[in-house]
Design a protein around this ligand. Structure first.
Ligand SMILES: [Zn+2]
Ligand SMILES: [Zn+2]
Length: 310
């Protein structure tokens, strides 16, 4: 596809993405007002923090547009498509759309799993998990660092694997719309569809710090890859989700929520005995320690509790 033609189509899809973002803000604030009216707000500070986080992200993206526009999913997809390794066909074929969705979701599964298993990436992803309530504003409580590298995996990687950029951005628009649904606090049931698509219940499991639920349900649209790759866990009736992260977090504080994990990583690096330990702290899962007797990752905890085999 001609670069300019693709870019113009992309601009239309990107404007639609901005509309979805605006809708998320309006719906998020509407949900906040409803929760206030029905006295359902447990932690006013946390709600304030998520609103502030949204404001910071919007200001940051606008101020540093010269960084974020070239790093946007659409721009990266169009640029990377010139170097595509495969040709999966254009927008006219249903197979291209199905293959596109599968590749987009696999790449999303991979970077989301890595964001939980590599400590430096966890430092950037943990702010999204810190809130102790689930609501639409939590869906947009993202680290400004995370939004610089996610588009590489959601835009450039699928394009390199041959997915048409228009398909990539259309799926991303759907992903952004569905992101509002899966973070919404309303009780929504999806009948038989819950066996195929990610529902709010699946994503509530992902946001929980109950050991059995931790590091599961990484995708956000369909259940395919979590099922195949063994990371799918459905909400259990006898295990109510407890939202948040295991670190004692002041969720009303933007600084503690968004930078607290970096502070703890820095403390560990400062106490590391050698370079190997420093690299271990940065690249291995949260809870890893050079002192084997102190290792306390989700995996070791699950093995100790009999939830996972060695
Ligand atoms: Zn996550
Ligand atoms: Zn989420």
């Amino acid at each position: 596809m001609d670069f300019l033609e693709a870019y113009m189509d992309m601009k239309t899809l990107q404007s639609f993405l901005s509309l979805v973002f605006l809708s998320a803000i309006v719906l998020g604030i509407t949900e906040l007002v409803i929760h206030h009216y029905y006295k359902k707000i447990r932690n006013k500070g946390e709600r304030g923090m998520t609103l502030f986080s949204l404001l910071i992200a919007a200001v940051f993206v606008n101020l540093f547009g010269f960084v974020f526009v070239p790093l946007s999913i659409g721009f990266l997809a169009v640029s990377a498509s010139s170097y595509a390794l495969l040709d999966l066909g254009g927008t006219g074929s249903i197979i291209s759309w199905v293959a596109g969705l599968m590749i987009y979701e696999l790449s999303h599964w991979f970077i989301h799993m890595a964001s939980h298993k590599v400590r430096l990436l966890w430092c950037m992803h943990a702010p999204h998990h810190a809130p102790e309530d689930m609501n639409i504003l939590v869906g947009h409580n993202l680290s400004v660092f995370e939004i610089t590298y996610l588009p590489i995996f959601l835009g450039a990687v699928p394009a390199l694997l041959g997915v048409d950029p228009i398909i990539i951005v259309t799926i991303n628009v759907l992903d952004q719309i569905w992101n509002i649904v899966i973070h919404c606090s309303a009780d929504m049931k999806f009948g038989f569809l819950r066996h195929f698509i990610i529902t709010p219940d699946h994503h509530r499991v992902h946001h929980s710090k109950n050991l059995v639920y931790m590091d599961t349900n990484y995708t956000t649209l369909v259940l395919l890859w979590d099922t195949i790759l063994g990371t799918r866990v459905d909400l259990k009736e006898d295990e109510q989700p407890i939202y948040g992260i295991t670190r004692d977090t002041k969720t009303g504080s933007y600084i503690d929520t968004h930078f607290g994990e970096f502070r703890e990583l820095w403390q560990d690096i400062k106490s590391a005995p050698d370079l190997k330990a420093i690299l271990g702290y940065i690249c291995l899962p949260p809870g890893w320690s050079p002192d084997k007797s102190k290792i306390n990752t989700v995996k070791t905890q699950k093995i100790a509790a009999g939830l996972m085999k060695v």
